[in-house]
Design a protein. Sequence first.
Length: 357
Amino acid sequence: MNVSGVHKEFLSKRILVNFDVPLAANEEEKEVMDFQVLVRGSGSMGSRYLQLFQDELGISPIVFPKRNERLVELTGRGFQVIKDLAELDRSSPVYSIVATDTSEHLEDVKALSPYGRVLVEKPLTSSMRELKNFRKDTDLKTSSLSVAFCWRFSLAAEFVRKKVECLGQIHQVRIECSSFLPEWRPGTAYKRSYSAKAGQGGVLRDLAHEIDYATWIFGYPEEVLGVLSNSGYLGIEAEESADLLWITPDGVTVSLRLDYLSKHPVRFLKASGERGDVTWNLLESTVLVQMEDGSEQKHKFKDDRNLMLLRQINAFLGLPDATGTLASFEEGAKVVALSDAARISSSSKTWQSASYL
């Protein structure tokens, strides 16, 4: 369903739109909300959020860019732009989305948390060392913090979570996410992007969605075996590929392949159990269910990226008709801990325990 231009009166009334039901139902169940929305950062992800708020929801959010040279451009596009948090109106809560570089996430979370709820783009931070220092030096209520893992708002993901219960004992789960980094951002020099930087990028950080939904569906492991590689083919500092293996608390073997090197993109999850298989193709938004009696069913879902982000926004704003579950601060930290453990494992060539908070 095309939701462009829906409910432009949202500008003044802050009206909820449920994107998964007919418009008539939305017209009958409007909720007037009193809050402010702020987007910190105006890079690729920040710009996407700004476009969604402005074009799909009819909201003009407050923009708090990192670079002063964006001020004129953003003001010209009709946004309220601030240079300093002192300019914020504190008479109503502020819902802030942090879409800055990974290395700046915690600093921005600390600055914005006193104003209201904060949704920070994945990954939460670059390493557990940074996160533990942050927790030690900062007294924040993490219950008001969430991490933006938008695949949790995939209708297919929710279907898979329920369907794997029908497989009986699950033997193995295979996850692959492979694509070609130079084609990610047309017109942008990929070697100068954050993806290429050792401290901010690499497949473990860029493709953290796979680690999140794997653990969200099947549970968090105690330890992980990792093999990270940089062949030099792309000419970047960060790892080009990562292969991870772990065993869940229920004894399920999970293996992941993440890479920047594949010119023919692949993105899927396959769970195999005693009663059949469930295969989720994330690129096609389909789930294939194959049971032991030979029956097959293929399900198609409405899961384009904008719809998932819009569902995530609904959940973040805490609106009555919101669906899906945001990743908590603690869950976001667990993804960072698993990534750290995989790096250590790759260096030590042994299984490595995950150092959760």
